[in-house]
Design a protein around this ligand. Sequence first.
Ligand SMILES: NC(=O)c1ccc[n+]([C@@H]2O[C@H](COP(=O)([O-])OP(=O)(O)OC[C@H]3O[C@@H](n4cnc5c(N)ncnc54)[C@H](O)[C@@H]3O)[C@@H](O)[C@H]2O)c1
Length: 310
Amino acid sequence: VADLLVTGAAGFIGSALARALLAQGHTVATIDNLTTGRRVNVPAACDFIEGDVADPASTRALGGRRFDAIFHLAGQSGGIRSFRDPFYDLAANVTSTLRVLEYAREVGTPSVVYASSMSVYGDPHVLPVRESDPVEPKSPYGVGKLASEHYLRLYAEDGPAGTALRLNNVYGAGQDLLDFDQGMASIFLGQAIADRRIVVKGPRDRFRDFVHVSDVVEAFIRAWSIPGADRFRIYNVATGRKTHVSELLDLIRGALPFDVAVEFAGETPGDQFGIFSSFDRIKDELGWIPKFSVEDGIKGMVDWATSRSP
Ligand SMILES: NC(=O)c1ccc[n+]([C@@H]2O[C@H](COP(=O)([O-])OP(=O)(O)OC[C@H]3O[C@@H](n4cnc5c(N)ncnc54)[C@H](O)[C@@H]3O)[C@@H](O)[C@H]2O)c1
């Protein structure tokens, strides 16, 4: 049994990870400022501190508890929001990481696993993109994720070992269908359910790599143990499969029990045109492979969404 901190456990991925860790018998604490997360998402067995991870008062409230690992997922999770308020993005996504690393070093927590993003790549020249490929983020959000990775690398020298997971487009049950600023699958599905109409910003031939939340949770769990000499590691968390926006729309519409209109209008600042990622490295080193195909995963997500709405 380990004692673990999952920051951001009121959010989509953090709550799923906290549930899985509790189910394995571990003790779990969380810090969340409830900006995009909701209190009801935090598992009841989780020690909950309401606060901003960037604020030293929040880590002080942990009382020097020496965790066996910290999973740092709290953060401003939307690219669009990072253009609206880059200073908040910087605090929520970079200062928070620095705060977590300082705390881990101070109390002697051996391992920090960080929710980075495929947004660090920008528009890759070669696909599928690999961890060793150039990084050129197109948004303040991507810049912050990349900066956090570098802090992990620096602190790994005399502090906790660091693992950065470059998550691709995460989707699945539990995603916020009312947050129209983050998550392509959840934005489309949320609009379809609310309005029977999906307004797509940007062209239909853009493409992404959709990775199911339960596969992502499994990646976090595997990443926590510290391997031999590599004190800092980066892994893509992806399916290696290219899905066009038009295909995603077809999957969502095909699974819904009613007709949905689709409209194309406008665009999103800093939007990557197309990306999908190799998962060879995490497969070779941690034995992780994705279990969900986008077809099965989206079907399951639509079933979850329609069975809970009136
Ligand atoms: N969902 C994706 O496709 C995806 C892809 C790549 C990376 N990520 C990263 O994974 C992490 C989790 O994403 P998610 O999809 O669950 O998003 P989410 O918005 O549902 O969860 C983020 C959580 O962090 C909390 N939070 C935000 N800023 C905070 C702060 N300064 N202090 C304390 N709590 C704070 C929010 O209230 C929320 O509960 C984020 O760091 C996000 O950037 C997500």
